[in-house]
Design a protein. Structure first.
Lengths: 121, 481
């Protein structure tokens, strides 16, 4: 338990400093709001609307497909680096892996998940 | 290299069929009819043959997929469940206008996940398999996309399932922290080698994994999703979920807890004891109050999870073999019962209320008779499969000295006979309500009829001549634990 005391102390001090700064500046700081100060970001592009808008489900679809093929790359790099050690066994395995992904890709493509503009009945 | 691949052959057969179904669906011109169901049947039959050929060899692939007899027995059960499910499916797909390719691809992927789960000997591979089967089943639950009940069921199942996966994963993390390995044999050796007490970390690791498994097998108090998900899914899918998922989850449950956590049995036996008692009692008592046949069978399947847990708690050789035998008996019976329900469904009404079945005997005597056989088997009447299963389980409990469990089990199964017989009485002795359209008599497709016949034969075979299967089950646990 002895060793944990310093960590608890650090967390407590950190929290006290963070909360304290916010509370103190709220209590003693001058408050002269202008529209620029009220904006979420004082510099940069002016906001155009609420962030909590309803998104088209297509974005989720693309995000999901992206994730799948992103994982593929995560497997391909380590394989490419240790290609010589893995030999033909590794080669066959990665080819099988790619073929399975390819089947998925063909499915996604033919089903029209990659067509952005076309309205599907 | 090829040698090391042997253990994954059944898995590869089913996966290949699933991929083929998926690609076939993608390249199908709209309106074209494709024989995708036979494709799935071929994949499953190939997997079945591979299972038989691998029996007794004990191959291990990649050091994490074991083709031992225990895994192969469950693979065989899963293949049978899959074959029956696919045979019942065409009628539902036709009626509900479901996308056939996706339906079969998802079913086959789910079966592939189940097979992997039954054979995996590494916690991470078990988790992977669990996710493969769960994700497919979540989608299958909501495959009737225009039905609100189906979407609700699917969403509930998905959210709670994601939760339980997190529990399961955290349990794996703690096991790894404890032993430095996720491989079951290694974990088992390390735990046995150390004199771990019932420290906090061991308790948490075992407890969290138990929660993950208990959710998948719908043991009380982690059963909340089951009635809703079972009611919202099409009956064929419900039958598949109630048996396949349970068989795979129990296989992994037994493997993890008996082999890796065997030395920690002082921690988990009381927990599973409590789960078993709660599951048997609640499943039965709440089942008595149901008026919807699908919900009723959902609670019945919860109660059956309780009986299976009794087999696990007994933790002796008989108990493990009993779990395997029970999974087969229960699986075939339950898929059959849901298959009959699926055939009774008609386009304008689901026919899943208890009163819908009134007078079924006059309209469809064959279906009524088969349903009676399945229900009596679920209730544990001799000479049907369910009776031998229960007898085997309670024998195991008594041999280990769990008299209380055995008594509660027998009592609850006596009570459960009430609601199974209630359906039978409804079918045979009750007149249809006046003013309610009589049950339309859908034509039974040949494939589904053959599947029903096969299921009935298996139910009688297991009930009358169980010795062979009991020997197989006993052999398959004897070699690995």
């Amino acid at each position: 338990m002895q060793g944990w005391l310093s960590i608890v102390l650090m967390i407590a001090l950190g929290a006290a400093f963070a909360v304290g700064s916010v509370v103190l500046s709220g209590l003693f700081g001058p408050r002269r709001p202008t529209p620029e100060k009220e904006a979420p970001y004082e510099c940069g592009v002016p906001p155009v609307g609420d962030a909590r808008e309803r998104m088209s489900v297509k974005f989720y679809l693309v995000a999901m497909i992206f994730l799948l093929f992103d994982i593929e790359v995560a497997f391909l790099y380590p394989w490419a680096l240790s290609l010589r050690d893995l030999g033909w066994t590794g080669f066959v395995q990665i080819v099988v892996f790619m073929l399975i992904l390819l089947a998925g890709y063909a499915y996604v493509w033919k089903k029209g998940a990659l067509d952005w503009g076309k309205e599907r009945a | 290299m090829l040698f090391s691949m042997n253990a994954i052959v059944p898995l590869a057969c089913v996966t290949a069929a699933a991929l083929a179904a998926m690609v076939a669906e993608a390249f199908r011109t709209p309106g074209e009819r494709m024989p995708i169901a036979p494709l799935g049947l071929i994949g499953l039959v190939a997997a079945g043959i591979a299972t038989v050929l691998l029996w007794g060899h004990g191959y291990v692939s990649f050091n994490v997929v074991a083709g031992d007899d225990f895994g192969l027995f469950v693979t065989g059960v899963l293949v049978v469940i899959g074959l029956l499910t696919i045979a019942f499916s065409p009628a539902t797909i036709e009626r509900e206008q479901l996308p056939a390719g996706e339906y079969y691809a998802l079913t086959l992927f789910a079966i592939a996940g189940m097979i992997l789960m039954a054979q995996a000997t590494d916690l991470l591979v078990i988790f992977l398999a669990l996710e493969v089967l769960s994700l497919s089943v979540y989608v299958l639950t909501g495959i009737r996309r225009d039905s609100r009940a189906a979407s609700e069921a699917s969403f509930k199942y998905f959210l709670l399932g994601a939760f339980s996966s997190a529990f399961f994963l955290y349990g794996i993390a703690l096991t790894y922290a404890l032993t430095g390995s996720t491989h079951l044999d290694r974990v088992g050796q390390l735990i046995a080698g150390h004199t771990f007490g019932s420290g906090a970390m061991e308790t948490f690791a075992v407890g969290l994994l138990a929660v993950g498994f208990a959710f998948k097998v719908s043991a009380v108090p982690f059963h909340m999703w089951a009635p809703d998900a079972y009611e919202g899914a099409p009956p064929v899918v419900t039958g598949f979920m109630a048996t396949g998922v349970k068989a795979a989850a129990f296989a992994a449950f037994v493997r993890v807890f008996m082999s890796a956590f065997g030395p920690l049995s002082a921690i988990w036996v009381p927990v599973l004891w409590g789960l078993a008692v709660a599951t048997m009692i609640l499943g039965t008592v709440v089942g008595v109050m149901q008026t919807n046949v699908k919900r009723l069978l959902a609670y019945s399947s919860i109660a059956h999870a309780g009986y299976l847990l009794v087999g696990m708690v007994s933790a002796n050789a008989v108990g493990r073999a009993a779990v395997l035998f029970y999974l087969l008996a229960y699986g075939v019976t339950n898929v059959g019962a849901f298959g009959v329900l699926a055939l009774l469904e008609s386009k304008d009404r689901p026919n899943d209320e208890l009163r819908d079945l009134a007078g079924l005997w006059n309209v469809r005597p064959g279906l009524a008779a088969l349903m009676t056989v399945f229900l009596l088997s679920l209730g544990g009447f001799p000479p049907l499969a369910g009776f031998i299963g229960k007898w085997f389980i309670f024998t195991a409990a008594i041999q280990s000295g769990y008299y209380g469990l055995a008594i509660i089990g027998v009592l609850t199964s006596v009570v459960s006979v009430f609601f199974y017989l209630r359906i039978v009485v409804m079918m045979y002795m009750t007149e249809p309500e006046p003013g309610r359209a009589p049950l339309s008599a859908p034509i039974v497709p040949r494939l589904a009829g053959a599947a029903l016949g096969l299921a009935t034969i298996v139910v009688f075979y297991l009930g009358i001549l169980p010795t062979q299967l009991i020997d197989l089950a006993t052999q398959s646990v004897a070699r690995i634990f």
